[in-house]
Design a protein around this ligand. Structure first.
Ligand code: SF4
Length: 632
């Protein structure tokens, strides 16, 4: 048995089909990393030369969580090799007749790549889409007749064509209609911008009637259940059901999904006001939670989404039903924190305005949201004249709960919504400064307005000029010098550790997460699927694969690539980021953590020296785990 791929050159409109023996196809990420290394893509700027690989996982089959589409490309945001994934979308890719597509070069004009039941064509589109959502609807109507079977649209928004931080959207189509609430984003790393600016693609439309080329075991429920019973003492659907309680509905917390869980767990530590809440006293943070975030942000989510069970799957037959929604808006933690509380918007219905804007322009909600939040704080501080932002009222980004009111949430949403549209559509001079990324943007603002904008910007540095906005947690794990920061490839459980121990924990998490990412598995199923990969390979392919060892080597190759590209993690340069780590240490020190106390005391004595030492030693430990010396 073999899998089938297609190498598409958009400039010359050529397609080379190829086959790989199934036993040699060990994941789309593995394939993509080898491809980028063999094409020396690290020699170029990722905006000038890039290769996009879209692939299904080798364990695709009846097991829930095995059908994520994996995208591999070099990120125009942070400069390193990266990936993003889309739940359920391998179904339509495999039906289109291919397991894997490689996209090279650039269309002469804005175009749509169509992969229809084994045939590939490039159709001119001719313009930049005005909205990611409107494009989905337009193309659904246009392609419905050509695809009288399941299909998907992986589309861009304007941000994918005008900026380096565009994302790619795909709404699941069921019986010819969009299945409201089940849409997914390939958000992190700027895939929308790789499509829009490197390939000149507006969308990729794919679907068909082909049968997946996978070993029989993977579509045989009886044999899969036998295997699951051997390993877990119960059938696979029951294992998946039990392992995904948190994402469906947890009776212990009374909530579900990423947003519900994050808010329930964080409570008074919910990130807000561009992370300025870290400077508040414990009591003031508690007041923010009990007076605003809990009644006006968390409870509306509970009432409008969790209680009426507004939930969907990504397109897979999956008992986790992790997609929570209200109306036409999906409710996930990252967009609603960066597009809500962190923007000083503490009322859920106001946050929907900003999230809708970020979605509409087709932007990575973390990267775009972090830029909006930084601008909001700068405007509040008076660092940017209001007229330069095209507004006539100042946002209120004061985290003090005594200085905040209902009207501030509404006002902040109004301003942030405008800033988001400006960024995506590049329609003000101010927004054009961010076209090539957050870090370059704050440098321009500093030159122009004379304030140290980097000190209120929340990002990790890569190389001399690129950066990466973190997932919205008050946890150093998302700021540490890991080369995989744009995903969950880090250690973020509570705790403060010596750098050597922390580096090893982060490296171990990188490998475990890469097992899911590389094999196209949903990380929400990690409790059972990650450890099941080895037995599945053995039974399905007859291969004795050690997934951990394999993915550790894969991570090492990705690090090798990054070293060749010179976009390596660089020390923290933002005061806010250093404060995030220092205040986290002091918070845990108060709770009795001795390691945190030691480091917290050192942060108080000499914050910058301590930060550099902690960062450097952690980086050394991460690299040592993968057999490399730090080259900083
Ligand atoms: S947990 Fe969610 S994203 Fe993952 S497979 Fe299930 S429905 Fe899809």
């Amino acid at each position: 048995m073999s899998i089938k791929g297609a190498s598409i050159n958009l400039r010359f409109e050529t397609v080379k089909e190829f086959e790989i023996e199934s036993e040699r196809y060990l994941g789309a990420l593995d394939y993509g990393v080898r491809k980028h290394l063999s094409h020396f893509s690290y020699h170029w700027d990722p905006d000038e030369y890039n290769i996009t690989i879209l692939g299904a996982g080798p364990l695709y089959g009846l097991l829930p969580g095995t059908k994520r589409l994996v995208g591999v490309y070099r990120s125009p945001i942070n400069g390193i090799l990266t990936l993003s994934t889309l739940g359920g979308a391998s179904i339509e890719l495999l039906k289109s007749g291919f397991d894997l597509v490689e996209i090279h070069a650039k269309c002469p004009r804005k175009s749509i790549l169509v992969i229809n039941d084994g045939k590939i064509e490039i159709i001119p589109y001719g313009r930049v889409p005005e909205s990611a959502y409107a494009l989905q609807e337009e193309l659904r109507q246009e392609f419905m007749d050509r695809f009288p079977y399941p299909f998907r649209i992986l589309g861009t928004g304007p941000a994918g064509h005008y900026t380096c931080f565009g994302a790619a959207l795909s709404k699941h189509i069921k019986n010819g209609r969009f299945d409201r609430g089940s849409e997914g984003w390939m958000g992190r790393g700027g895939l929308g911008s790789v499509m829009g600016r490197v390939h000149n693609l507006v969308a990729i439309v794919f679907g068909g009637t082909h049968r997946p080329r996978r070993p029989a075991l993977l579509s045989d429920s009886r044999r899969l259940n036998e295997l699951a019973r051997k390993h877990f003492s119960k059938g696979y659907m029951q294992v998946a059901y039990d392992a995904t309680t948190k994402y469906r509905f947890d009776p212990n917390t009374g909530t579900g999904g990423t947003l519900g869980n994050n808010l329930f767990e964080a409570q008074s530590e919910t990130p807000s006001f561009n992370f300025q809440m870290i400077y508040l006293s414990r009591e003031a943070r508690q007041q923010l939670w009990s007076k605003y975030i809990k009644p006006h942000f968390f409870q509306p989510f509970q009432q409008d989404t969790i209680e009426p069970k507004k939930q969907k799957t990504c397109g897979e037959n999956c008992p986790a039903v992790c997609k929570k929604y209200r109306g036409d808006l999906k409710k996930d933690a990252e967009p609603y924190l960066w597009g809500g509380t962190l923007a000083g918007i503490l009322y859920m219905n106001d946050a929907e305005r900003l999230v809708r804007a970020l979605d509409d322009i087709g932007v990575d909600a973390i990267e775009g949201g972090a830029q909006v939040c930084c601008l909001m704080e700068a405007l509040w501080r008076g660092w940017i004249p209001l007229e330069d932002a095209g507004i006539d009222e100042r946002p209120n980004m004061d985290p003090d709960p005594g200085c905040y009111s209902r009207a501030d949430s509404e006002k902040n949403a109004r301003i942030a919504e405008k800033l988001a549209y400006d960024l995506g559509l590049q329609r003000t001079k101010l927004s054009t400064h961010f076209r090539e990324g957050f870090r370059k943007g704050v440098r321009i603002l500093t030159d122009k307005y004379g304030h140290s904008f980097k000190d209120i910007a929340v990002y990790s540095c890569f190389g001399d000029e690129r950066s990466n906005a973190p997932n919205p947690y008050w946890n150093p794990g998302f700021l540490m010098p890991s080369p995989f920061l744009s995903r969950f490839c880090t250690y973020y459980k509570e705790g403060f550790f010596e750098p050597e121990e922390y580096g090893a924990k982060i490296a171990d998490s990188i490998v475990s997460e890469l097992i899911n990412e590389n094999f196209g598995l949903c990380r929400f199923h990690r409790k059972w699927l990650t450890g099941f990969v080895g037995p599945l390979f053995k039974e399905a392919y007859g291969i004795d694969l050690d997934p951990y060892k394999f993915c550790k080597e894969l991570a090492a190759r990705m690090i090798e690539y990054d070293h060749k590209s010179y976009y390596l993690p660089a020390p923290w340069e933002s005061e806010r980021v250093i404060d995030l780590v220092a205040t986290y240490a002091s918070k845990l020190a108060e709770a009795g953590n001795e390691t945190a106390r030691n480091w917290s005391d050192r942060f108080v004595k000499d914050k910058h020296k301590t930060a550099l030492e902690y960062w450097t030693r952690t980086r050394r430990a991460i690299l040592a785990y993968f057999g490399r010396d730090a080259n900083i």
